[in-house]
Design a protein around this ligand. Structure first.
Ligand code: AMP
Length: 393
């Protein structure tokens, strides 16, 4: 078990808190969704109420190591200050003497925010000088940016190597759910996998074969599997370099008594476009000039039956080309069934989460992971570098 802020005495300590304030903003630099900010309030309020001196660090966008005023954290500071009902001081340059002077003057319960850490070229290269400059500001490092846990950056991995590190409440919650699902799942355990990148998802399936009862496969990745067993997939997206591995995984699943359900039928289109003619095809029997864009009604029905009986569900990736109104039906239906089920449900990946939000059932799922890449790595059975550096209890 990893240590959290509850396990240490933060009173009077300089606490460097790494959060993920990579929020969407419009052209007028107005924050259009502050979920990522409000989600950090429990951690920040805990630190303030327990007398810590809180130094907040985040990235925003991709300024590529250069100052870009459009990606300044100032609008975020203003929003956070309002939410906390408290003034927050701001530091533009971590290397400037004025920053350490300001930190030295902080009182218990004060909050300070550092400018976008990706304005520094050393952030994404995990530069030692930048990590040291951050470490010099802090007695304790609190890691609460789960979405960055797979990246070895200066403000995530670099600083965690130099300063005693504990988890914030957001990271604690993510780890709790992933731990339960991957180490002690209630059965039947069903994984639903979709999306286009087969290479990302095959290691997930390999890792889950020893844990799950059933895997439902949809989305573009399904066509690599269907082709691997000799099906005709027309012009559907296929990763030809992964055909053998896909076939081996299907064989391994049989040996391990894990059911893998591929789509039974599909909605196909002549062109990758919403205006295209569409037709339904049974799997493996596509017309040569059509490609799979969504799962079909028979598949939706079959998947529904399995989801209904599940006690644990992991879902990552859309079941069709979710960006197009015409091909989001399968994904939205699956989102509805997952939300309706009484299972512990863990959802990762932007499109699956968007589907849950768009049909208004957010509160009905157990956990929506804030980390795309990080959650995929955990599902693949890999360790997250930044999480490994958090102290054990
Ligand atoms: P991933 O990042 O691997 O989870 O893939 C997400 C993407 O997969 C989304 O942009 C979807 O549009 C795409 N996708 C889902 N189903 C299909 C499909 N049948 N053909 C092509 N792309 C798809």
């Amino acid at each position: 078990m990893k240590k959290t802020i509850r396990d240490i005495d933060v009173s009077g300590q300089r606490v460097l808190l790494r959060v993920d304030y990579n929020v969407p903003m419009n052209a007028e630099l107005k924050i259009t969704d502050d979920t990522r900010i409000t989600a950090t309030l429990p951690t920040i309020n805990y630190l303030i109420n327990h007398g810590a001196k809180v130094i907040i660090c985040s990235h925003l966008g991709r300024p590529n190591g250069q100052v870009d005023t459009k990606l300044s954290l100032r609008p975020i500071l203003a929003r956070l200050s309002k939410l906390l009902d408290k003034p927050i001081s701001f530091c533009e340059d971590i290397f400037d003497k004025s920053t350490s002077e300001l930190v030295e003057k902080m009182n218990n319960g004060d909050v300070l925010m550092l400018e976008n850490i990706r304005f520094f070229p050393g952030e994404e290269t995990n530069d030692e000088k930048l990590a040291k400059a951050l470490a010099n500001l802090a007695d304790i490092f609190v890691f609460d940016a789960f979405a960055t846990a797979h990246r070895k950056h200066a403000s995530t991995y670099g600083v965690a190597k130099l300063v005693p590190t504990v988890a914030g409440f957001l990271v604690e919650q993510e780890l709790k759910v992933f731990d339960k699902v991957l180490k002690d799942p209630d059965h039947p355990f069903v994984a639903i996998l979709g999306g286009a990148k087969v290479s990302d998802k095959l290691p997930v399936i390999q890792n889950l074969l020893d844990k799950v009862d059933t895997i439902l496969i949809g989305g573009g990745m399904a066509y690599t599997f269907i082709k691997s067993i000799g099906g005709n997939v027309g012009t559907s997206i296929v990763d030809n370099t992964k055909l053998e591995l896909a076939k081996n995984i299907l064989d391994e699943a049989k040996e391990k008594n894990v059911k893998i359900l591929l789509p039974i039928d599909n909605i196909g289109a002549k062109e990758f476009s919403e205006e295209s003619e569409i037709k339904r095809f049974n799997s493996g029997f596509f017309a040569e000039d059509y490609q799979g864009m969504d799962i079909g009604p028979k598949t939706i029905k079959a998947f529904k039956k399995i989801i209904k009986k599940a006690k644990t569900i992991v879902w990552n990736g859309p079941l069709g080309v979710y960006e197009y109104e015409k091909f989001k039906h399968g994904t939205n239906k699956i989102a509805k069934y997952v939300a309706k089920s009484k299972a512990i449900s863990l959802i990762g990946g932007g499109d699956s989460i968007a589907a849950i939000h768009s049909i208004g059932v957010t509160k009905k799922v157990t956990h929506m992971s804030t980390g795309g890449g990080a959650s995929l790595m955990l599902l693949q059975g890999k360790q997250l570098p930044c999480i490994e550096l958090i102290q054990e209890k």
